[in-house]
Design a binder for this molecule. Structure first.
Ligand SMILES: [Fe+2]
Length: 130
């Protein structure tokens, strides 16, 4: 056995620990993907607004229209610097988005934002503007 000073032993242990940690760190960085936009859950049942808005209309607008906006927005921002940004940050900076992506991001981002707002503004209990 080779005699080792306390300093040498700590240095060796530290290097070993750093090497063990490195693959984990680089793998997590490589696996890290920007957060995708998601369809928000409807805060009430599809039929909660009847008789004013029927359940089928709500289902179509939430599950189909809104989901399509979310999916197309995710496709439009994929691979750009806008992936992972909030919808508010994106729609308030439309002029900075390259023209080739701008229409798809504006239309689908606007559809996602507006529908998200509608689901919160409408209520089965009615109410008054705030
Ligand atoms: Fe809609």
């Amino acid at each position: 056995m080779i005699p080792m000073s306390r300093r040498e032993m700590l240095k060796t242990a530290g290097t070993g620990a750093a090497l063990l940690a490195m693959p984990t760190l680089s793998l997590s960085a490589a696996d890290e993907k920007p957060k995708l936009f998601e369809l928000p859950k409807l805060p009430y049942a599809f039929d909660a607004l009847e008789p004013h808005i029927d359940a089928k209309t709500m289902e179509i607008h939430h599950d189909r229209h809104h989901q399509t906006y979310v999916d197309n927005l995710n496709k439009a921002v994929a691979g750009t610097e806008w992936a992972g940004k909030s919808i508010v940050e994106i729609i308030t900076n439309l002029s900075k988005i390259p023209e080739i992506k701008r229409a798809a991001i504006r239309n689908n981002g606007g559809g996602h934002y507006n529908h998200s707002l509608f689901w919160q503004m409408m209520s089965p209990k009615g109410g008054k503007p705030t």
